[in-house]
Design a protein around this ligand. Structure first.
Ligand SMILES: *[C@@H]1O[C@H](CO)[C@@H](O)[C@H](O)[C@H]1NC(C)=O
Ligand SMILES: *[C@@H]1O[C@H](CO)[C@@H](O)[C@H](O)[C@H]1NC(C)=O
Ligand SMILES: *[C@@H]1O[C@H](CO)[C@@H](O)[C@H](O)[C@H]1NC(C)=O
Length: 254
């Protein structure tokens, strides 16, 4: 609830200039819907974030301050895209008893272009995963993602053990592919939306061989996580299961 109140103050402050329009709030399944519905109506006459007067220049993008617990971008690395990720973290269990623990085996998520949010509304970008976590993905991939009408910019998945961020979405939009490995992790802050079992950690992932174009992407930060962690033990769980999550991915490169 704290975050939601914070959102309200951000929205109130931003009505003087262009502000994002939140929509599809019917997807909310709890009392947050009622609250956000009111916020949304409040700003409904305000211009959309994609007003051409707004800069979407990623050079003004900075990581959330809590990410200072992860390795900082090195000289020459700059933020290229910020994506809201929404999907599942995948786990396996050796047995369905309390004797085994879930093992992370990958993830599958859609990535939505939140670069303009990050460039213009650094306080609000941090809240997007908390909201998106409570919402379903649109059935049609080409539909924008609620609550902020973000367009698909790519997919996150695993090739074997290698996390992949594929930013080629259509024949016209070929932004390349970042393949990465985990370099550092950081427990999500207490303020994170925990979901049933806690928020997955924040990560710094560095690019590995196979990234396209070669050398373009240098690393990816997973921050502002919501949900995604497994139960502590496998008791009563299937051999394979998924846990819903959302996060912001800051994609760095040169
Ligand atoms: C994760 O789970 C989803 C949904 O079951 C599945 O489509 C995807 O292939 C899985 N990916 C990995 C790496 O396990
Ligand atoms: C992200 O969205 C902004 C605003 O619509 C747009 O200007 C920018 O080109 C988009 N970036 C990509 C890579 O799609
Ligand atoms: C990187 O991948 C390319 C193409 O698959 C391969 O030729 C090269 O040997 C790889 N380099 C390293 C360091 O693994």
């Amino acid at each position: 609830m704290h975050s939601i109140l914070f959102l309200a103050s951000c929205l109130a402050a931003s009505t003087v200039s262009a502000a994002p329009v939140f929509s599809n709030l019917y997807d909310f399944s709890d009392d947050v819907a009622e609250y956000l519905g009111r916020v949304s109506r409040h700003i409904s006459r305000v211009e959309d974030i994609f007003d051409s007067s707004l800069s979407c220049d990623p050079t003004s993008v900075t990581l959330p301050s809590f990410a200072s617990g992860l390795p900082a971008p090195t000289d020459g690395q700059r933020a290229l895209y910020v994506a809201l990720g929404r999907g599942t973290q995948n786990y396996t269990c050796a047995t369905s008893t309390a004797d085994s623990e879930p093992v992370a085996v990958g993830a599958l998520a859609r990535l939505y272009n939140a670069t303009c949010y990050a460039a213009n509304y650094p306080d609000m970008i941090e809240l997007l995963p908390a909201i998106a976590y409570r919402m379903r993905l649109p059935n049609d991939e080409s539909s924008p993602m609620a609550p902020a009408n973000l367009n698909l910019i790519g997919h996150h998945f695993f090739e074997g053990k290698v996390p992949v961020f594929n930013l080629d979405t259509t024949a016209q939009r070929q932004l390349g592919v970042a393949k990465v490995k985990k370099d550092a992790d950081l427990d999500a802050p207490d303020t994170a939306i925990q979901g049933a079992n806690g928020a997955v950690s924040w990560l710094y992932l560095s690019a590995v061989n196979g990234t396209v174009p070669n050398g373009r992407y240098t690393g990816v930060y997973r921050v502002d996580t919501a949900g995604g962690s497994p139960p502590k033990t496998c008791e009563g769980l299937d051999a394979q299961f998924t846990v819903e999550y959302a996060a912001n991915y800051y994609i760095y490169g040169q």
